[in-house]
Design a protein around this ligand. Structure first.
Ligand SMILES: NC(=O)c1ccc[n+]([C@@H]2O[C@H](COP(=O)([O-])OP(=O)(O)OC[C@H]3O[C@@H](n4cnc5c(N)ncnc54)[C@H](OP(=O)(O)O)[C@@H]3O)[C@@H](O)[C@H]2O)c1
Length: 295
């Protein structure tokens, strides 16, 4: 298919490369144009604007947050203005339920198709085309999106005909991952202060009752204290907890753990954590316990 890809950050660059590998004709656009160079070397075409990248059969957006997606899609000369009727927009960023609903309405009004397809998996998984995709949209839109989602991910879970439902599921997943990071951080502070090696502790956990990838990935990062370079930057993690709380408030669902995580992220950012991986919130429990790294 002739497609556009907008947003070549840590995730977008790997996702666009997966689409190229699958044989699609890909026009790429990024605010910081230099980030398109490796993809152009692999056969992508560099688009000079969002509008130019939105003239094919489909366009994928993988931008940072609501503000970036809103301006690229709804702004003047953006995706809505440029995509032809019947063409498809796949929105893969982790954005708010409210914005997803707004995008769905705008695309319907313009006679365009829209699929919300947020993803699970970090940048290395994106580069390997092995993401898990949570998708929602009308049946025909989902059918048109399927070959592209298959190229970027190992499995697509269709959750609804209403796009915003996929965003709700994605946000709830990131709430769960952050909860695991926090509880792992607390447990590790406890055992480390009691003299147990963190790496050995994670090995015990992940080869017994806690074998899930999330414990392996984040247990490893917390044990080694490797929070740079960030695979998923702390400000984006904070954004997700904020969006979870917004969605929960709209549905009148108290999430006491999410409120705690909100404060953890604020503490991390207040102490200069902007460039760190979001898993660095798991180190705050060790700091509260007076543990120095290496102890
Ligand atoms: N990293 C992960 O592990 C992960 C996993 C699943 C989902 N996600 C979600 O995927 C999305 C992208 O994440 P990422 O890790 O790839 O982020 P990233 O590396 O920070 O990349 C963000 C992208 O958005 C662009 N951007 C940011 N603000 C913009 C603005 N105001 N106007 C235009 N472009 C703007 C950036 O352009 P520049 O290059 O010009 O800055 C870049 O292309 C986020 O919604 C994130 O929550 C991330």
């Amino acid at each position: 298919m002739k497609i556009g890809f907008i947003g070549l950050g840590q995730m977008g660059v790997g996702m666009a490369a997966s689409l190229l590998r699958a044989g699609h004709e890909v026009s790429v656009y990024n605010r910081t144009a230099a980030r398109a160079a490796p993809l152009v070397a692999e056969g992508a075409r560099a688009a000079a604007s969002v509008g130019e990248a939105s003239r094919g059969e489909a366009v994928v957006t993988m931008l940072a947050d609501d503000a970036a997606v809103e301006s690229a899609v709804l702004g003047e000369g953006g995706v809505i203005d440029s995509l032809r009727a019947g063409a498809l927009h796949i929105s893969s960023s982790t954005i708010s339920v409210t914005l997803s609903e707004k995008l769905a309405e705008a695309h319907a009004k313009a006679g365009q198709r829209f699929v919300a397809a947020p993803v699970f998996g970090r940048p290395d998984v994106a580069a390997a085309g092995r993401l898990f995709v949570v998708a929602a949209g009308e049946e025909q839109a989902l059918a048109a999106a399927a070959p592209l989602l298959d190229a970027m991910g190992q499995r697509t879970f269709v959750v609804s005909e209403t796009p915003k439902v996929a965003n709700l599921v994605k946000l709830s997943g990131n709430f769960l991952i952050a909860s695991v990071i926090e509880s792992l951080g607390e447990a590790m502070a406890l055992v480390a202060k009691g003299g147990v090696d963190r790496g050995r502790y994670v090995e015990i956990l992940t080869s017994t009752l806690f074998t899930a990838p999330v414990y392996k990935t984040y247990g490893g990062l917390l044990a080694s204290g490797t929070f740079e370079p960030a695979g998923f930057a702390a400000p984006l993690g904070q954004k997700d907890i904020r969006l979870v709380l917004q969605a929960a408030e709209a549905l009148r669902v108290p999430l006491p753990l999410a409120s705690l995580l909100r404060d953890r992220f604020l503490a991390l950012l207040a102490h200069g954590g902007d460039k760190l991986d979001w898993s660095a919130i798991g180190e705050l429990a060790a700091r509260d316990a007076g543990l120095e790294r290496g102890s």
